[in-house]
Design a protein around this ligand. Structure first.
Ligand SMILES: O=P(O)(O)O[C@H]1O[C@H](CO)[C@@H](O)[C@H]1O
Ligand SMILES: O=c1cc[nH]c(=O)[nH]1
Length: 235
């Protein structure tokens, strides 16, 4: 057991999906995996291991924001030997041609967080996705005719913000969407020499104001899960 995960060594697969919402983890386990066991209920942050097309895979809720995902990612890598981490999250779109329910693959992640400023003594580290996972995910999404965009995302410490000028500047520099975890996931993957990718579904639109319900955020982001599972588990 680690501090925040009540699993034994060997209970967690080398490949794991990481939704922020623990109930999305439950939904994924119940609807996509076979032979499922629940290995974690500590803090209600559900974790499950099962199989997808015969291959072993886990899914673990991470909670919201950089501090929370950092705890789960580090314990999964250091204490359970996880090697491939694919975040499956929701985001707010920053570009007009990206629509609600479209997919966004995070090639890189900008941030307003001070965490990496401290880690890298004030220099601007550029956290990036694993190229192989990114390429596979993009191939799978385009083969299936899903609406998908690839590019920079903005990992913000604030869900509620009045920084319209900042949002406009980010949008004008081709940042595709805002979410709250990817900078940390990519940085920890680089530190520990493992692979990471973030696959996002647009849950709301920062420019048009269109949004989805919390029920939809939990249960209807199936395209994202299909892309993540197939990219992570293909040879
Ligand atoms: O849907 P998840 O994966 O939680 O991701 C997004 O949703 C949460 C905010 O509502 C933040 O965690 C953000 O990154
Ligand atoms: O962090 C997030 C997630 C979804 N939508 C947003 O606007 N922000």
């Amino acid at each position: 057991m680690s501090v925040h995960i009540g699993a034994n060594k060997g209970d967690i697969a080398e490949t794991i999906l990481l939704p922020g919402d623990p109930l999305r983890a439950k939904y994924i386990a119940e609807n996509f995996l076979e032979d499922v066991t629940c290995y974690n209920e500590v803090r209600g942050m559900y974790g499950y291991t099962g199989t997808y097309n015969g291959k072993r895979v886990s899914v673990q809720g991470t909670g919201m924001g950089i501090p929370s995902i950092s705890i789960y990612a580090q314990e999964l890598i250091e204490q359970y030997g996880v090697k491939n981490l694919i975040r499956v999250g929701s985001c707010g779109a920053l570009q007009e041609d990206i629509k609600v329910r479209d997919l966004v693959l995070a090639q890189a992640a900008s941030t307003d967080s001070g965490v990496n400023q401290r880690r890298f003594h004030g220099i601007d580290f550029a956290p990036v996705a694993d190229f192989n996972l990114l390429k596979k995910a993009h191939d799978i999404a385009t083969e299936r005719n899903f609406n998908v965009s690839v590019g920079n995302v903005y990992t913000s410490d604030n869900f509620y913000t009045e920084e319209k000028e900042l949002t406009n500047t980010l949008a004008n520099h081709d940042v595709l969407a805002v979410e709250m975890e990817t900078t940390a996931l990519y940085t920890l993957a680089a530190k520990f020499g493992v692979s990471a990718l973030t696959v996002l579904t647009v849950s709301d639109h920062i420019i048009t104001g269109e949004e989805t319900t919390s029920q939809e955020r939990q249960e209807t982001f199936n395209e994202m899960v299909e892309v993540a599972l197939n990219a992570a588990l293909s040879e």
